[in-house]
Design a binder for this molecule. Structure first.
Ligand code: 4GX
Length: 245
């Protein structure tokens, strides 16, 4: 998969050089290129913003450098990108499903905005998607771009070493995760639940499933699709004697 990111802060993207994403790049699973928006200006001051027509506070990012940058990306990729993404609080919310859908395509372009916003013609004539990572306001589009790349990359085959862990994740099954424990069996008076030490794999599976169902019901009832629950799920949810959290 190819990812191109257009930004006025190329140096903000070092997080994509480490850990799973960094290794995926080294292994050729992800080809990520960061483009400096100022390289696509034509004036002496390399100006990327200007005052808003109609007046008001703040500055607006100019359209021409974004269009020139995406032209250069098209030329470098030799094809039309599958998504040109603008990150903003006005966008559609990033979800598991949207990340998975984007991971099924070959080429993403991410445009990072700053200031009060971007000239509307970038939205109209360049962006295919406008995505928000949540209902809060950030100072720029760099963090959302990295969040999107990270969430999408996990669905690219090979990026996460153990494919089973992508399947088991929260949201893959529409449920929150169960708890995890490692050694020691007791730490500062806190014990690992007995069932996990029992070696009874069927009991462990049931315990984890019950915990995922309970947690989802308690913390994120909006996620729980009651019609998708099995007979066993209903029984596990009804069992009042479960000691969860
Ligand atoms: N999820 N921001 C983008 C500038 C901006 C405004 C309008 C394009 C159009 C955000 C979020 C977010 C702040 C990033 C405003 N760029 N992006 N920036 N929440 O708050 O994605």
């Amino acid at each position: 998969m190819r990812v191109d990111i257009v930004t006025i802060f190329p140096e903000a993207f070092t997080p994509l050089e480490i850990s799973m994403i960094g290794r995926a790049r080294e292994r050729g699973l992800l080809q990520i290129t960061i483009w400096d928006l100022r390289d696509f200006t034509t004036d002496r001051h390399r100006q990327v913003d200007d005052a808003p027509y109609g007046g008001g506070a703040g500055m607006v990012m100019k359209p021409e450098p974004f269009f020139a940058a995406v032209d250069a990306i098209r030329a470098a990729a030799g094809a039309e990108p599958s998504h040109v993404i603008l990150t903003s609080p006005q966008g559609a919310r990033l979800t598991h499903a949207l990340a998975e859908e984007m991971a099924g395509t070959r080429h993403l372009v991410l445009l990072c905005g700053h200031y009060e916003g971007i000239d509307e013609r970038v939205r109209e004539g360049l962006a295919t998607d406008e995505i928000s990572i949540g209902d809060y306001v950030l100072t720029g589009g760099e963090l959302p771009a990295m969040v999107i790349v990270d969430a999408v990359a996990r669905f690219v085959p090979g990026v996460v070493g153990d494919a089973a862990s992508v399947e088991a994740d929260s949201f893959a099954q529409g449920l929150l995760d169960h708890s995890h424990y490692t050694r020691p069996p007791e730490f500062r008076g806190m014990k690992v639940p007995e069932v996990l030490l029992s070696g009874n794999h069927e009991a462990i599976r049931r315990w984890r499933r019950a915990q995922r169902l309970r947690r989802t019901l308690e913390r994120r009832p909006d996620l729980l699709k009651h019609e998708a629950l099995s007979e066993e799920d209903r029984r596990l949810l009804d069992a009042a004697d479960l000691d969860i959290d």
